[in-house]
Design a protein around this ligand. Structure first.
Ligand code: ADP
Length: 497
């Protein structure tokens, strides 16, 4: 590719020079020719309108040998007429037939071709006309005798050899210039091609590398011209592509892990249901009490499966954005009371002490009441589950800067610091056995986070292993309207007021 473009550059440069030089050549040659002929005619006119010369020529007619006398006069004016006996000569012609009587040109006698100017002079008038491109330039001046008839004609003719020689040397000079120009053009074209093509070549290599999955190649941005901008844009594109690819890989890995988790989570209860059911069918004479125990296990396991499937269904609805939220203004203080009532029995069964401190001025908030209570119940239930019997659970709340917060603090087993960022991942459990034992699915916090985020809020977890955990939910008092909500925050607000 490099060579092809390079030679295109060279070809264009050469073509340009050729066109330019041809134009210059044509104009120059035409100019020189015009200048030369203009100079000739104006010089002749000037000389022949000179009264002195004319007087002398008229006087010569009366001499003994008029032709010799006229020749003498013209010889005297040789310098002013530019006669050089080579390219420019004078002729004295016979006034009736135009035969050459005398000339400055050595060895030229006989007849001249009858040019329009000679014919005009034979007619009695001076002729100073001629085209700039003709093969020759001439003027003819009739010399009339006393009777008025044309006796002689003074004829001056320039065969234009000088201007032809000049043109030839001009053309050869221009050809030399074209030659030098070609060499310079090729060198320039190659340099230009290199400066332009090198970055493009770099880009091609980088693009090939990217196509092969290697994003490490970055182009150096050397200038802030168009090529530099292109290189920079290319680099930006590569980084964005890299980020997108990594994101895709990450989410692909998460998806695989998720599918593996779902299969595993569903297979475990199925396996135990199957083995208990098998034992029951194989032992029809089993003791009633053992039989009841087995049946309870089967029921528990199928409940667990139902719970997992329900939670998964809920999460996939969140993913699809098809969950409708029912936004309304409600008392958060009342909801905290309801949550406390809902978990009271479970809490007492584990011997925990639970305290609730709600400030009197806790503002009402706009949100989906049932779902926010679902989140709080989930967090308080976790506190109950992951705290050894006889623990302490405190629920506090408050408000600031347009937000309310509810903190659930326990004196439980705590969470290792490295596990905290993963708590909200689907199926993530610090201690799988303990979670399953207590009926957990590992999906509770994922769902909680989805709900709180849809309200424009956040969940924060602070924990120390062996000391306890504090989970804080932060919610805006007036969430912004969210697309897909049955009652958008803003619209609801309008109805309220
Ligand atoms: P699960 O159904 O297992 O409780 P969650 O998503 O609600 O699932 O919680 C994820 C994991 O976070 C739990 O399995 C547990 O390991 C940990 N966890 C949550 N809350 C607490 C807490 N208060 N104290 C200690 N560990 C907790």
């Amino acid at each position: 590719m490099k060579n092809k473009l390079q030679w295109k550059f060279v070809f264009i440069m050469l073509l340009l020079i050729l066109i330019l030089m041809t134009v210059v050549c044509v104009f120059l040659i035409q100019g020189v020719q015009r200048f030369y002929s203009d100079a000739f005619f104006s010089q002749m006119e000037k000389v022949f309108t000179d009264k002195l010369l004319f007087g002398e020529l008229t006087a010569a007619l009366g001499a003994e040998d008029p032709v010799a006398k006229t020749q003498e006069v013209l010889d005297a004016y040789q310098g002013r007429l530019g006669i050089n006996t080579d390219t420019r000569n004078y002729y004295i012609l016979d006034g009736t037939a135009g035969a050459v009587l005398a000339t400055s040109a050595a060895g030229e006698t006989g007849r001249l071709e009858m040019t329009p100017n000679i014919l005009q002079a034979l007619g009695g008038t001076s002729a100073f006309g001629g085209s700039a491109t003709a093969d020759y330039m001439d003027i003819a001046v009739p010399l009339a005798g006393e009777g008025g008839g044309v006796e002689y004609i003074v004829y001056i003719r320039d065969n234009r050899q000088t201007v032809r020689d000049l043109t030839v040397s001009l053309v050869s000079l221009i050809m030399e210039a074209v030659g030098v120009g070609f060499v310079i053009a090729v060198a320039l074209a190659l340099i230009l091609a290199r400066t332009l093509l090198n970055p493009i070549l770099g880009m091609t290599k980088a693009a090939e590398a990217i196509a092969g999955g290697d994003f490490s190649k970055k182009l150096s941005v050397e200038a802030d011209d168009e090529i530099g901008i292109l290189a920079e844009t290319f680099n930006n594109m590569a980084s964005q592509l890299q980020a997108t690819m990594e994101e895709i890989r990450r989410s692909e890995a998460l998806r695989r892990e998720f599918v593996a988790n779902v299969s595993h989570e569903l297979r475990t209860p199925l396996t135990s249901i199957r083995s208990y059911a098998e034992t029951l069918t194989e032992n029809p004479d089993m003791e009633k009490e053992t039989e009841m125990n087995f049946l309870h296990v089967i029921l528990n396991e199928s409940d667990r499966m139902t719970k997992i499937v329900q939670d998964l269904l809920e999460l996939s609805r969140f993913d699809a954005g098809s969950v409708q939220f029912n936004f309304e203004r409600f008392s958060l203080a009342k909801s905290i009371e309801d949550v406390r009532d809902a978990v009271k029995l479970e809490c007492a069964a584990r011997g925990h002490t639970m305290t609730v401190h709600t400030p009197e001025d806790l503002p009402d908030i706009v949100g989906d009441r049932a779902r926010i209570e679902q989140v709080l119940i989930n967090i308080v239930t976790n506190a109950i589950k992951y705290t050894p019997d006889g623990g302490q659970i405190d629920i506090t709340s408050g408000s600031s800067d347009g937000f309310v917060w509810v903190a659930i603090k326990d004196t439980g087993i705590g969470i290792p610091e490295e596990d905290i960022p993963r708590l909200f991942d689907r199926f993530y459990r610090v201690d799988k056995a303990r979670s399953r034992e207590s009926g957990g699915t590992g999906l509770g916090l994922s769902i909680a986070l989805e709900i709180i985020q849809r309200h424009g809020g956040a969940i924060d977890v602070q924990s120390a292993v062996g000391e306890g955990t504090t989970v804080t939910v932060r919610l805006p008092i007036e969430p912004k309207a969210h697309p897909g909500d049955k009652n958008g925050g803003a619209r609801h607000h309008a109805i309220e007021e």
